[in-house]
Design a protein around this ligand. Structure first.
Ligand code: DC
Length: 227
């Protein structure tokens, strides 16, 4: 196939988007772009600057100081913030809250739009996020919207956190998941809602491999019909 492929995966936090996107990327030879990492890097910068992430104008004033790059290695995507590799630092629970808060700021979204559109334009890409099918790649070849129940998503996140040695209860993780879903889907700008032509995949009862099989069936079918 010499036409370039573009796949969008959206869905709430903990639905398994990045796990699925990485597997599809490997299977199909696509570049995987984790767009949440860009919002996380901005969140980290704002946190380090000691600025309240909900203080719109102050956050906007910081943006010209931020340079972001995504680098690809065998181990996946690395996020470079002003020359520093922050790929691990952006995964803390605190930065997660900063990322979610700054993502509701229109100037942050505008700032990150260009870098994402550029990557989308290069093609042979699979991008995951919240607004990929609606804003970043409205003309993607395939748009998946991945879902799982809040309890299931919280359980997965809880296991990941415990594995990293973090001291949390499953109830706390569930409360944070519900809170972030609400913030991400109710914000005025680019809310995390499915595109009209997105195909839903509920993976509450599926493991990562089964989710991959289901997604590959959908992608294969869609590409056969439209190409
Ligand atoms: O996918 P994630 O958990 O790493 O994303 C971090 C935050 O960034 C999340 O709270 C919502 C926001 N985000 C967004 O608004 N749009 C995207 N395309 C990706 C992430």
């Amino acid at each position: 196939m010499n036409q370039k492929i573009r796949i969008a995966i959206d869905g709430p936090s903990g639905s398994g988007k990045s796990t699925l996107a990485k597997k599809i990327a490997r299977e199909m030879g696509l570049v995987y772009v984790d767009t949440g990492a860009l919002y996380r890097a901005v969140g980290l910068y704002v946190k380090r600057a000691g600025v309240d992430p909900s203080a719109g104008l102050q956050v906007t004033a910081l943006l010209p100081q931020i340079q972001l790059q995504l680098r690809y290695t065998d181990g996946g995507q690395r996020v470079i913030l002003n020359g520093e590799d922050v790929s691990e630092l952006i995964r803390t629970p605190e930065v997660t809250v900063y990322a979610s808060t700054v993502s509701a700021n229109p100037s942050v979204r505008k700032f990150l739009l260009e870098i994402q559109k550029k990557m989308a334009g290069e093609g042979n890409v699979i991008m995951d996020g919240r607004d990929i099918g609606t804003v970043i790649m409205p003309d993607a070849d395939v748009k998946l919207f991945l879902e799982a129940s809040p309890a299931k998503r919280a359980h997965r996140r809880y296991l990941e956190m415990v594995e990293k040695g973090e001291k949390v209860t499953e109830e706390e993780v569930l409360a944070a998941v519900i809170q972030r879903d609400k913030a991400d889907s109710s914000r005025e700008i680019a809310p995390a809602v499915p595109a009209d032509d997105a195909i839903f995949v509920d993976n509450s009862g599926l493991d990562a491999e089964q989710t991959l099989v289901k997604a590959m069936e959908i992608i294969g079918e869609k590409l056969r019909r439209t190409r």
